[in-house]
Design a binder for this molecule. Structure first.
Ligand SMILES: *[C@@H]1O[C@H](CO)[C@@H](O)[C@H](O)[C@H]1NC(C)=O
Ligand SMILES: *[C@@H]1O[C@H](CO)[C@@H](O)[C@H](O)[C@H]1NC(C)=O
Ligand SMILES: *[C@@H]1O[C@H](CO)[C@@H](O)[C@H](O)[C@H]1NC(C)=O
Ligand SMILES: *[C@@H]1O[C@H](CO)[C@@H](O)[C@H](O)[C@H]1NC(C)=O
Length: 569
């Protein structure tokens, strides 16, 4: 009786456990790029050539750029270009190089947020507390904005619903003359008397910002919808000053720039032009941003930014308890955009040619007159990219550079990675206990990742038996993929990489299975046997052993079979 009631329950459990999930990731352990630039030499050659062709266009005569790719341990590649046309009276740096300084503009928000995470972890600020706790003046005769519902986390995630700017981007300032574009005559009554609005005679301070905010109206209710706002980070900057008892510039220097050895990076205008990238025409070099410094004030170089990216690549999940810094906080517009804190995240399936596995870039871009900038962190590949462009009128030069670098880099990295995975993991494994007829055959391909092709346990075909009979919907194509958990087991001084085996459905071209076929509740912990996870796999690299704890078996790798290698040359 008991058995009768339990059986259907078990079947139901199992079939719902295998959700329709395609393209599992991460598909490989985070690569360390042990041979540095060598691993990717041909990729970088190709990028260099394309960048040279791009910048040769005369419309970029006045453009300088610095670009650098770093792994989590060292710089892998860089390229610099000095503008062919420069200001003759004040040309700036003689030659652009890795120490050349640009205004990195809104990338500064990443530094401000890092400061916030530090102060949260130190207990001086609380991400979950409203900003009005730290700047009580906001809520005194506070106007329309619901300050008590706007937490520090809400601000850092671009979810506050606050307006974008208060002292920049006002068309009253021109050019063009507002009347010439059809705007009516207007007074400056609602504009603060600082920054752009004072012709840069005086930077805005905290009082200017707070007074302006009291008259401002929200765009959205807090946490309703993300929208880009510089004010979010100006307020975090004020909170940081109060929590640290230092002015913002000093706090950034003491907490981040000096500890990370970002020797040339600064919030003050550099004392001379030795490293200055000074594009022809309008540029923001030398403009003091005051209360707007936390949103866009830093000057930095690709050398320094790579130090910063290496820090993020190695610490993003360990800076503050409970926070993985690269995770999204809200979706943006469209299917592929997300806001983090304060990262602008793109997930795209357009890069890989043989798979629809999404590639995730946590980016932050910036723009000020004369400068466009972008950092991209690709945690699954252990790579960080900095692109700094100095040019007053170069339109989409930065996007063109970013497109070339990221697409080439990720495609090239994939080739190198699958070759490495093939060398390290694939082949035929047989039980170390010779009396046991247990074996695994692992193969790799760029479209499926590392997968189990045969799985025999004690003379029983597991893949063709238990898994295909009970675990998957056999009417559609699937494979048993191995995905790394990025965790390790320690055993008498040895380290074992922990992976999981997961049945994954394959996309069938041209076959419409309906909208809901895309719903995937990721679940990599499917079943247990005698209290152990059924699908856990441990690779003991030092002796070529693979262990399946629930199956109580250790297998050693025999010769690599030729047909295990599916990677194309
Ligand atoms: C700090 O950076 C400078 C310039 O990049 C470098 O020469 C120096 O060795 C670095 N110091 C440390 C401790 O890494
Ligand atoms: C060149 O630099 C001088 C000195 O900073 C400045 O006054 C002038 O406007 C600049 N000219 C151009 C075309 O950028
Ligand atoms: C192998 O299977 C036999 C039955 O065919 C069983 O008696 C034995 O306990 C199994 N041994 C292991 C180690 O799984
Ligand atoms: C091991 O088991 C498989 C699956 O049942 C079987 O095909 C194979 O012949 C067995 N090998 C040996 C050496 O018994």
């Amino acid at each position: 009786m008991l058995r009768k009631t339990l059986l259907p329950f078990f079947t139901l459990c199992v079939t719902t456990a295998i959700a329709t999930c395609f393209d599992l990731s991460p598909a490989f352990p985070v690569p360390e790029w042990p041979h540095g630039a060598e691993d990717l030499a041909s990729v970088f050659n190709s990028i260099e050539k394309q960048l040279k062709d791009l910048i040769a266009d005369e419309k970029y005569d006045a453009a300088s750029f610095s670009v650098e790719v770093t792994s989590s341990s060292e710089s892998l590649w860089s390229q610099y270009h000095t503008a062919r046309k420069r200001n003759e009276t004040r040309p700036g740096a003689e030659r652009v190089d890795g120490d050349s300084l640009y205004r990195i503009a809104s990338i500064t928000k990443v530094f401000t947020t890092l400061g916030l995470l530090y102060q949260h972890e130190a207990g001086n600020l609380d991400l979950q507390s409203p900003i009005s706790k730290y700047i009580p003046e906001l809520a005194v005769n506070g106007g329309e904005i619901p300050w008590h519902d706007i937490t520090l986390r809400t601000l850092a995630s671009q979810l506050s619903g606050l307006p974008r700017d208060f002292a920049q981007s006002d068309l009253m300032i021109g050019p063009p003359d507002p009347i010439s574009i059809g705007l009516p005559p207007a007074s400056r009554e609602r504009m603060p008397d600082c920054d752009e609005d004072s012709n840069f005679d005086s930077a805005c301070d905290g009082t200017d910002l707070i007074e302006w905010l009291k008259k401002a109206e929200p765009l959205f209710a807090p946490n309703q919808q993300s929208t880009y706002s510089n004010l979010n980070f100006e307020l975090i900057g004020l909170a940081l000053e109060r929590a640290s008892n230092k002015d913002f510039k000093t706090y950034m220097r003491d907490a981040i720039l000096e500890p990370l050895n970002m020797t040339l990076s600064t919030l003050d205008t550099p004392p001379d032009d030795t490293h200055a990238v000074l594009p022809l025409g309008d540029n923001y070099w030398g403009i003091e941003e005051g209360v707007q410094n936390p949103t866009g004030g830093i000057y930095s170089s690709t050398n320094d930014m790579s130090k910063f990216l290496r820090y993020i690549l190695t610490h993003y999940n360990a800076i503050a308890k409970g926070i993985n810094w690269l995770m999204p906080a809200s979706w943006g517009t469209g299917l592929q955009n997300f806001y983090g804190m304060p990262f602008e995240i793109l997930r795209t399936d357009k890069i890989l040619k043989e798979s629809t596995r999404p590639i995730t870039f946590a980016t932050k871009g910036g723009g000020l007159p004369g400068y466009t900038t972008l950092i991209s962190i690709v945690p699954e590949y252990g790579l960080g990219i900095t692109v700094l462009v100095g040019c007053a009128e170069c339109g989409k030069l930065l996007s063109a550079i970013q497109e070339i670098i990221t697409v080439e880099l990720i495609r090239g990295a994939e080739e190198v990675l699958w070759r490495a995975v093939d060398k390290t993991y694939t082949g035929f494994y047989t039980a170390t206990n010779e009396k046991l007829n247990s074996s695994l055959k692992l193969a790799v391909s760029p479209s499926t990742g590392l997968m189990v092709n045969t799985f025999i346990s004690n003379g029983t075909n597991v893949l063709g038996g238990f898994i295909s009979k009970y675990l998957v919907d056999n009417s559609r194509p699937w494979h048993l993929q191995l995905v790394p958990t990025l965790l390790f087991k320690d055993e008498s001084g040895q380290q074992g990489e922990i992976w999981r085996m997961i049945p994954v459905y394959e996309r069938e071209e041209g076959l419409d299975r309906g909208v809901w076929d895309e719903l995937c509740s990721t679940d990599v912990d499917i079943l247990r046997y005698a209290g152990l996870p059924l699908n856990e796999v441990v690779f003991w690299q030092s002796n070529g052993i693979v262990e399946l704890p629930a199956w109580k078996v250790r297998m050693s790798r025999d010769t690599v079979e030729e047909d295990a290698l599916v990677v194309q040359d």
